[in-house]
Design a protein around this ligand. Sequence first.
Ligand SMILES: [Zn+2]
Length: 555
Amino acid sequence: MSLHTRPLGLAALATTGCLLLTGEGAAAALPIPLPIAFPCPGAQPDGGLPPAPARRYAGTTEEDGGPGTAAWGTEADGVSRWFRRQAVPGPEATPHPETTPPPKTAPHPECATQPAARGTAGAGGVGDRYFPQSGNTGYDAADYRVDLRYSPKTRGIDSTVTMTATATQDLSSFDLDFRGPAVRSATVDGAPAKYQRTANKLVITPPAALDEGATFTTAVHYAGRPSPIGNPDLGTYGWVASRDGAVVVSEPDGAPTWIPVNDHPSDKATYTFAVTVPKDLQVLANGVPDTPATHGPDTTYTWHERMPMASYLASIAIGRFQVRKGTVALPGGRRIPVITAVDPAFKKAAAKLYTTTVKAIAWESTLFGPYPFSTVGGIVDDPRLDYALETQERPVYGGFAPDDDFIVHELAHQWFGDSVSLRTWGDIWLNEGFATYAEWLWHERTGKDSAKKAFQRYYRQPATSPIFNPPPGRPGKDELFGFSIYIRGAMCLQALRDRVGSPTFFKILRAWAAQHRYGNATTAQFEALAQQMSHKKLAGLFDAWLNTKNKPKRW
Ligand SMILES: [Zn+2]
């Protein structure tokens, strides 16, 4: 993800005294909702859930930006850019994540004791320190099929999501993360299943317990109007309505606004999206498209994401788009489809989006190794989100025409974040530091500046600057997407490059992308790989750049 460069917007916002408009900030601000109990056995009242409470953000400039403030300012290269934002601390501030035990989302006792004589409930929450309720440990999702019909009249959806998964324990019940519209029915292996909802969970009790190792399918049918997380003034993510449809951008935990899902990047899966719309609309999504099928007044667009994907990267965009298709030749001779789409309001961005995407993906393939996916592209849609998200194979740019840095950044995430995914959200610098460093490398390539010079200019900033705090290896949930995660994360990589030399450094990047391709990885694994490949002791360097407060002095 990256925030939008917007010098003009900056001036406008400066007069409002309020810096907003970032989905990540809104995410960080959301208190963990308390479960809302629905009566057993199951069907919740119609109408979905109330929208998440809104939080305000303070705004200031980088010059007066200390901890606890949001900030914008001017980058070392003189480009004004959103820097970071942080929620004004509220009374419900999250306890230090490292000390937060993952709370169990126990099924309603009466439900839990119903038919399943064997097995236990899969634990709600896979143990992520920052999102302790996200995911479920009782199963491993392999595939999701999303059959969704969108109605422009109601702006609502009628959707069935079918998950294929393997039980990782004898399972009496399990949950999916879900905060979308009203559930109509649920089945397990085709048989009706009982279900109940809490604020963020759909707990499903199959008619008979599932054996450990068994592959099963569960289908959830739901209908109504999805709501995003946050609100338009403060930052919005998840299912976001656009003027002529909707677009989905879910980092970090917005996927449950539109699909029931095991919502944690540690459980990646393949996806099929079959989306039916009136035939004057189009649908883009991750992956490879089938030929659209028109039947009567409607058209069904089907897209296949055949590589494992984290749920926050799953995306569709519904609306009217100028679509451009072509191919790009990657190093080694592989040629893959390029599909870009822009909302007509951004038609001036269309040519640049396409040509820079083609240029950047070929160049990044030479630096980072073989491109991990089957297609590439990008989507510019009209909701003014002022950030971009690296949605797999086809990043979304929310409400602005992306410049080179944005395109390079989001495409670098295809290796770092999308193919090599986080095991826990606390390692977010593995995504953002790497993608930011790709921007610096792009400047180096185009002769604008070397990455080393960028490092040196940032290093001259005062120790109190938000580019240094919090340390990127210990972001805290509220600062997951803080400025330091991006910039100091990239500085860590430059410090590593200085220590091990450029040839070894780039070998390390390629080995990282290759060894964990389509998987999950941790900071500790990156440090171990760098040490092993460079034959140098690097613990001090990583500790200084990732973990120590303020500006690192020696490393
Ligand atoms: Zn990013």
